[in-house]
Design a protein around this ligand. Structure first.
Ligand code: KG4
Ligand code: ZN
Length: 340
């Protein structure tokens, strides 16, 4: 059978990425040009700079993705691109490049929701993924429990009512004087800290709720640091990082397995930037093993933003005939549509 080669383009935030994936699984290339060093000195992503960097890098990143995959433009069967949600100026760079390529090569254009990309990253490296699939999506912008029934067919089981988990990691890291992005920095510090040293709150919300809330926890950490500094007390950053991280993990694991038990799920997918956290993964796997549940997580490089996950989602979008027209636009707050 002839392989379907899809170029995936991702420029929603601070990574310019392009990847060539065959049949939604065989990753031929995955080029990621990170802008982290540029944004770091500002303590977070500066949208205007992100757009400009994407413009500078996009052509070379796409070219490298093709070269590394050892294919030419004419071998491609379709172009998949993130068209939202994200920073509008950043998204526009990828969308414009994808539209120009699809138009000139006369091949299908696929507009991918960023979160669908994160979820489909799970399909890149795992065989026999069964639907419906329970997914915990934890990134800088989202924290949701979703039941995936088919491409674009999802049920929302719970989501954050305020901050996303990754956002909480980034804000707490900033308060601890750590560089952006905060998640990996907190994980590193926490390795040498005592997770029971400081008692931070866990927001379980109403009985049976699968929603999340991390803003109370974030405020509790900021208040703790503020009070300690005012009193001139020494702050053990390792302990604060470990205690905060544990509070996030306890809630993520608790709610996720409440959903597993409620649905009788046998497989659990965990995706998005925070899924790169090894301590979270260990905690999820421990609970899963007790129940005989299989945990599917992408390798860390496919957890954070990348083109391969977009190409993979594009493969399934193409199978469903969900082809975009050339008036595809960047939509900064693109909603996900859920079944009732
Ligand atoms: O999925 P992603 O790359 O971009 C969004 O779609 O938001 O996620 C980025 C988020 C950031 O908040 C970052 O701090 C967090 O994922 N993150 C982590 C880790 N690696 C990235 N959080 C905790 N532990 C990590 N190892
Ligand atoms: Zn992302």
């Amino acid at each position: 059978m002839v392989e379907k080669l899809i170029l995936g383009i991702e420029t929603s935030c601070d990574e310019t990425s392009a990847a060539v994936v065959a049949d939604g699984r065989k990753i031929r290339s995955n080029i990621i040009s990170s802008q982290i060093d540029t944004h770091r000195r500002f303590g977070g992503v500066v949208p205007e700079i992100a757009s400009r960097k994407h413009v500078e890098n996009i052509a070379a990143v796409i070219q490298r993705a093709l070269e590394e995959a050892n294919v030419t433009w004419h071998d491609l069967d379709a172009i998949a691109v993130t068209h939202g949600p994200g920073l509008v100026g950043a998204l526009l760079v990828g969308v414009s490049a994808a539209k120009a390529m699809a138009y000139s090569l006369k091949i299908p254009l696929l507009g991918i929701h960023h979160l669908m990309g994160h979820i489909y990253a799970v399909f890149l490296e795992h065989d026999a993924v069964q639907l419906p699939l329970l997914c915990l999506v934890v990134s800088g912008g989202h924290t949701s429990l979703i039941l995936l029934e088919g491409y674009g067919q999802m049920r929302l089981l719970g989501q954050t009512r305020d901050d996303a988990a990754g956002e909480a990691f980034d804000k707490v890291a900033r308060a601890l004087g750590l560089p952006y992005p905060g998640g990996p920095e907190i994980e590193k510090l926490a390795k040498e800290g005592d997770s029971a040293a400081v008692e931070f709150p866990r927001a379980w919300l109403e009985e049976g709720s699968l929603d999340f809330s991390f803003s109370g926890l974030k405020s509790a950490v900021l208040n703790y640091l503020h009070r300690a500094r005012q009193k001139g007390e020494e702050i053990n950053k390792h302990d604060v990082a470990a205690s905060f991280q544990q509070a996030v993990i306890d809630v993520l694991v608790g709610k996720t397995f409440a959903a597993v038990d409620k649905l009788g799920a046998r497989q659990l997918a965990v995706a998005g930037g925070v899924a790169a956290n090894g301590t979270l993964k260990t905690a999820l796997v421990r609970e899963a093993e007790r129940r005989g549940v299989r945990v599917l997580t992408p390798s860390p490089v496919y957890c954070t933003d990348n083109g391969a996950m977009i190409a993979c989602a594009g493969y399934y979008a193409l199978q469903e005939g969900r082809v975009a027209s050339l008036d595809l636009n960047a939509v900064p707050n693109l909603p996900l549509h859920f079944l009732d």
